[in-house]
Design a binder for this molecule. Structure first.
Ligand code: SF4
Ligand code: SF4
Length: 332
């Protein structure tokens, strides 16, 4: 939610934005137009990386205002196919695949078919999986300029997950973690289970399997997903996990607050810009000495999987990095 009372109209959010060129004066002027509900090119140019919410020195949540204006100005009409796919996701077949009593309950949202081979081995022993449209968080709508469907469905999604009776629910998709941890409370929805982020889950499991870890001793870059801008408290688990499995993270330009979008959210808006960002991001990782790039979000994995090898990088979901450290699989 945009916090108008905290905003000083300094324009820093828009001058910082890596996807549009704006002077300080222009940024202040265009942000004022956003506040006043006037037409501004920001609505068309914002690629929904969510980064400015993290950058704003006043914690005023500028992206929340931008997405509101995008929706009011019908920005979503530019992406009818993507919007239709997201609407359809709510009605995809759903399933609870039971594991062992006391095992982790893992919410796979609707994204697990993209990376269906992942959920094997010691990390997932005894796990119960929730999957399909009943558990669709809908955060993807933010990438087509719509936020209202997320709020409209949030209470029902939380309720369906709560009905499993799990006290802790592990979120495979960073978007789901963001819905349960950050957005649902902001919508006034009570979340009667504790959402656990994917890096925290993996860290806990790897810690329990510590005596089986063979340090990787390979430099690894991390692709931070957009939803992590809402839930940066999980990021230390990424660092602890890397340390635990012996994967040094080379310092590079596009990480932390300066992380680049994977390019997926940009594709429908500006294909050339998406390609340029992917190239800069992967080159930066390789130039910093990384051999592998790991993704947290399955969408980032899908968006980078063709391009990463062209830059001499093996691309792996973060759980596969753990499995490699357990000797279950090899990476690149
Ligand atoms: S949202 Fe934050 S960064 Fe943007 S103009 Fe307001 S105070 Fe400045
Ligand atoms: S969400 Fe990202 S792309 Fe949109 S204005 Fe903020 S920083 Fe720029």
């Amino acid at each position: 939610m945009f916090k108008a009372e905290q905003c000083t109209v300094c324009g820093e959010c828009l001058t910082w934005c890596p996807y549009m060129e704006m002077s300080e004066e222009e940024a202040r002027r265009e942000f004022r137009k956003l506040i006043d509900g006037e037409s501004t090119p920001v609505a068309a140019q914002c690629v929904s990386c969510m980064g400015c919410d993290e950058i704003c020195p006043e914690r005023a949540n500028p992206f929340s205002l931008i997405i509101q204006r995008q929706e009011e100005q019908g920005e979503f009409n530019r992406f009818p196919e993507a919007k239709a796919r997201m609407e359809l996701a709510y009605s995809l077949p759903s399933e609870v695949r039971p594991g062992a009593p006391g095992g982790p309950v893992i919410d796979l949202c609707t994204v697990s078919p993209m990376t269906h081979w992942l959920f094997d081995g010691a990390l997932f022993e005894g796990a119960t999986f929730l999957m399909g449209g009943d558990y669709y968080c809908g955060i993807g709508f933010y990438h087509v300029g719509l936020s209202s469907p997320v709020e409209a469905h949030a209470a029902a999604v939380v309720d369906r997950v709560a009905r499993t009776g799990a006290r802790e629910v592990v979120c495979y998709h960073d978007d789901c973690y963001t819905l349960y941890k950050a957005m649902a409370p902001e919508f006034g929805i009570d979340v009667p289970f504790e959402p656990i982020s994917w890096p925290e889950f993996l860290y806990r499991r790897m810690k329990a399997l510590e005596d089986r870890i063979r340090p990787l001793n390979r430099p690894v870059a991390y692709q931070r997903p957009c939803a992590s801008r809402y839930t940066p408290e999980k990021d230390p688990f990424v660092d602890r996990l890397f340390e635990l499995i012996g994967a040094p993270k080379p310092a590079r330009s596009y990480e932390g607050e300066n992380a680049f979008c994977c390019g997926g959210g940009i594709v429908p808006r500006d294909y050339e810009l998406s390609n340029r960002i992917k190239h800069q991001n992967l080159k930066d990782a390789r130039d910093a000495g990384a051999e592998i790039m790991v993704t947290l979000c399955p969408m980032c994995f899908m968006n980078l999987k063709k391009r990463a090898p062209q830059h001499g990088l093996a691309l792996a979901p973060i759980s596969d990095l753990c499995r490699a450290a357990l000797g279950e699989i090899e990476i690149g």
